[in-house]
Structures are given as C-alpha cells and as structure tokens.
Design a protein around this ligand. Structure first.
Ligand code: SF4
Ligand code: SF4
Length: 357
C-alpha cells in the first residue's frame, strides 16, 4: 500500500476530500462490463474467485451476496448495528466448470449434454445474479431495476470502525477506503460491519479484501475501471466538492443523485439517479397515468427524496422536449464522454494523464 496510516480511529475514518461515483439507473443496461472490467484487474488471484468488487444485480431480487440486506451491519443512530458474514455459497460458491470430459471424451455425447457443475460436481442451485430479469410486479405490470454496486467508500465507514487491528483506513487525500493487507489478520469483523457486504474474505490468504477504487489508476489521473469502461455512459466520477464536475452538480447542485439505503448510516459515496418508470397498464392493456415501478420500492432503496428527484427529472425532460435547454439533461446525456470523469481523463493504454480525445 502506498499510504498506511496508524493512529486513532477518528484519524483512520476521515479525509480532506472525497471521491464519489454517480450512476444513472435510467441508463444502466446490466451489461456487466463494469463487473468484468473490475474482475479482470483486481480479483483473478487464488481465493478471489467469488469476489466481484463491482457487480450488477436486478431489483427486486436476492442480490449479491445473496440476501445481503438481511445480514445487518452499519449503524442504528450512533450505535453499530450487529451484522453477519455471508457464506461462500452466498456468492455463488467456488469455481465452476462444464462436464466437457463426460461429453467429449467418455463417449457419452449422445446421452449427456453440456452442463455447468459446481465445485462439488453437482449442478449449481445458486449463482451470481441468479434471479436476473426475474423482477417483481404482476401481469400486466412486471418490472425490474438494474442495480450496479461497489464499495461506497463511505464517509462514516463501519468497516474501519469495526477493525480491531486498525488495518482499514480512508486515504486522507481522497477518502478511498483501503485494507492494509500486512495488518489484516482475517477477523472478518469488517465484513460483519459493512451493511453493503462490500468486503470479501480470501480463504487462501485468510485476509479480507475489497474494492480499492482502482487507486493506482486514480493516482495517475485515470478513472476507476468500472466507471471508465461503462458502455452505457451511466457513470460519473470525481470529487464531491469539485463545483465544476458532474458529481458535484448531480449530487449537490441538482440533488438528483441519492445514496443507496441511507438509513444504514455509513454516509455512502456512490450515488444513484433513480429510474423513471414506464407507464402501467390496466388489465385491458390501456395505459394508465401511474408508474409501473412502485414508488415504495424506490423509496425503500434510495430514501424519501425519490419523489422530489423524479419530479425534477420529468420537469427537465419536458423543458428539453419543448425546445428549451436543460443543463441537467445535458449532464446526464453526456455527449462528450470524458467530461463525466471530473478530470480523471487519463487513458490507461497511453501515458499517465494523457487525455484521449
Ligand atoms: S461500503 Fe462497506 S466496505 Fe465500503 S466503506 Fe462503506 S462500510 Fe466500508
Ligand atoms: S458497465 Fe455501465 S451500463 Fe453496463 S452494467 Fe455497468 S453500470 Fe450498467
């Protein structure tokens, strides 16, 4: 690690500035490019097979790890809320393989078909995004929401609070939360304490690992891979206090980007523009003046501010349709791709800091 402070918990938990991500759920395609971009960079080593520091699941659904919301953590008022660790099977188990040997080498090709097998040789009964596009609602109004997640690099990180070794800390310069692997002794209190279950235990090293916000890239002016590689142009990045950046404008100025489960009390720094809904149908197939995605579900995810945000979005869309300009819609559309990264415009394929036009 490039920076490894010791000292009081209050020191480990604070930073001068804060980097943040905004994800527009109206644009996320659930293509998993962010998941793969992260996986390929940071979790290819032994013991990390089950880890997806960046992941995308469907709402409503069990999520990843399975039923993460039911595992506790975070705060209730000022007090830590007790939490539990997911089991390995809650991440979808260990590495999987196909029964190629049986089908292609054992002469069983006419009887057996190719099948995915769990590490125990049995067909899997659970996996990452197992309930993809199952969704909720009833005919004629089914719905689902794509929900990309990663560590929130919280301003009140319960993981830092819970670590008895002082191994987890916020970088003072930008608020990125890191685990010092030399200090971690694998207690897993951090996993119990994180209400988003964004920390993963490595059974090979017997230590905890988490999203590092691509800090070796960030230090060279390159946006994290999940944000930069997003093909939906759903993501914005930068310092929360940079008044010229998209993140500041969407979170602080327009106030249309909200944290996930703010009631967990960790002050997360990944913010979401909640999804506008298609209109609902009545049983005869006529369009109703009602949202198909239940407002209660959105409020459960992003808090009581959702109705105000959706009203703002609809008003700005109406303005644009009427021929007026809207700064908000221009920001969300983001015609110039690199403008959405708050100055972290370096290209990892080029020299550090070089802008890719
Ligand atoms: S999301 Fe979890 S792991 Fe990440 S900083 Fe917050 S409490 Fe810690
Ligand atoms: S890369 Fe972008 S569009 Fe694709 S799943 Fe991730 S956030 Fe959604």
């Amino acid at each position: 690690m490039t920076y490894s402070p010791a000292g009081k918990k209050s020191t480990l938990m604070t930073s001068r500035r804060q980097l943040a991500t905004v994800i527009d759920l109206n644009k996320c395609l659930a293509c998993q490019t962010c998941t793969v971009a992260c996986k390929g960079l940071w979790t290819k080593h032994p013991g990390a097979e089950h880890m997806r520091f960046a992941n995308v699941t469907n709402e409503p659904g069990a999520g990843y790890p399975r039923q993460w919301r039911k595992l506790g953590g975070g705060y209730e008022g000022a007090k830590p809320r007790p939490g539990r660790c997911p089991s390995l099977s809650d991440y979808g188990g260990g590495p999987r393989r196909f029964n190629h040997e049986q089908v292609t080498r054992q002469g069983a090709g006419q009887r057996a078909h190719l099948q995915l097998l769990d590490s125990d040789g049995e067909p899997p009964t659970w996996g990452y995004n197992w309930d993809e596009e199952v969704g909720g609602g009833a005919w004629p109004n089914p719905y689902y929401i794509n929900l990309p997640r990663k560590c929130n690099h919280c301003s009140k990180p319960a993981c830092v609070d819970a670590c008895p070794k002082g191994a987890i800390y916020k970088r003072e310069s930008d608020g990125i939360v890191l685990i010092d692997q030399d200090r971690c002794s694998g207690h897993r209190f951090c996993i119990e304490a994180c209400p988003y279950k964004a920390i993963y235990f490595n059974p090979v090293t017997q230590k905890s690992e988490k999203c590092i916000e691509c800090f070796p890239r960030v230090d060279q002016g390159i946006a994290p891979a999940c944000n930069r590689q997003c093909i939906g142009r759903a993501r914005h990045y930068g310092y929360l206090d940079d008044e010229s950046g998209d993140v500041y404008k969407l979170v602080e100025q327009w106030r249309v980007a909200l944290p996930l489960h703010p009631e967990y009390g960790t002050l997360p720094n990944v913010f979401y523009v909640p999804p506008l809904s298609p209109q609902a149908f009545d049983p005869d197939g006529k369009l109703l003046d009602e949202m198909r995605i239940p407002m209660e579900h959105l409020v459960e995810l992003f808090g009581a501010e959702v109705p105000r945000v959706l009203t703002t979005l609809q008003a700005e869309i109406a303005k644009q349709k009427a021929g007026e300009s809207s700064e908000l819609i221009d920001l969300l559309v983001g015609r110039v791709w690199l403008d959405r990264f708050g100055g972290f415009t370096g290209d990892p394929a080029h020299r550090p800091g070089e802008r890719d036009e």
